[in-house]
Design a protein around this ligand. Sequence first.
Ligand SMILES: Cc1ncc(COP(=O)(O)O)c(C=O)c1O
Length: 374
Amino acid sequence: MTGPQAEAVVDLDAFRANIAALKACAPQSAFMTVVKADGYGHGAAQMARAARQAGSDWLGVATLDEALALRRAGDHGDLLCWLAAPGADFAAPINAGIEVTASSAEQLAEILAAPASLRPRVQLKVDTGLSRNGAFGEQWTELVAAAAAAQSAGSAEITGVWSHFACADQPEHPANDAQEAAFRHAVDELAAAGIEPPLHHLSNSAATLTRPSAHFDLVRVGIAAYGIRPDPQLTYATKLTPVMTLRGRLAAVKRVPAGASVSYGHTWTADRDKTLGLVPLGYGEGILRTASNRAEVGFAGGRARQVGVVCMDQFVIDLGDAEAARGDVVTLFGPGHDGEPSAEDWAEAAGTIAYEVVTRLGGRIERTYVGEQS
Ligand SMILES: Cc1ncc(COP(=O)(O)O)c(C=O)c1O
């Protein structure tokens, strides 16, 4: 038996093809690929490089550290980050040419505390109804005034205004219209204060796929670039191919009699004599324990059910009477070319979203890349 015990194979060609298809959804807008949380579990540096190859104008991440890590990995293009803790030191990111987001007047003051010679490029975030980060109501009025003062003093360049949808994965949800209207209103307030930045943006993957009226100057696309639908119940006109395939090699195979129970708590019992396979992946790698006794894996061109609770390092599959041997490959999820489930299927089994399935992966999983370009 050779090869890694468990590996995540990331298909960079599929990623680039997804980006090309998504760019075609918003041809008038610049394109940002979101590579936060280690590229949604796919590897931030590698996905950043592939995104640029596919013509991504911008990259987006949450934290200052994620942005600085991309610079260290050799990315020098347009890059925005949007989540900083109170008291964060903005000097290094500004010095590295990273655009930062101000979500309040207080945060803008923290950004302006960086040495004046750096003249930060700042985007303003308005809360249009997600009630998460971003300035809302009077806070927005305060932020607009502070930004106007900073811009006229020459201490900052205001390069963008943006917001984030709450319900874009439900295209008919009334909150979408309300947020878009609130965004337009906020942009007008900014213009009335003399600030007309070059970039206005609101759309995530779901809105990029379904809501052209919200594309504005730039779209920020995460999950769809990785080939996962924002809502698996919806069929989108744009073809997306899952980028990651997660595999393990059977660490043990055994025949058990009817009545044998499996894993902690004996939550599953064989109803007849059966072959069981042991997959060396567990919640230590981010495999969701809530998928226990519900998920399936791909095996020998078909499917096998996961049985008993998922443990820290391993889980068991029911192979029935199939021929199986130690070292045989089991595919937890992938694009489905060999009949294996998708990350969306695992999400459904675990009662969560596929974003979580891929982003949680880590631990001892070896990541390999196919479709690498020099
Ligand atoms: C501010 C912001 N923009 C865009 C995205 C991308 O969202 P999605 O992965 O749904 O495309 C995210 C991710 O949650 C985000 O936080």
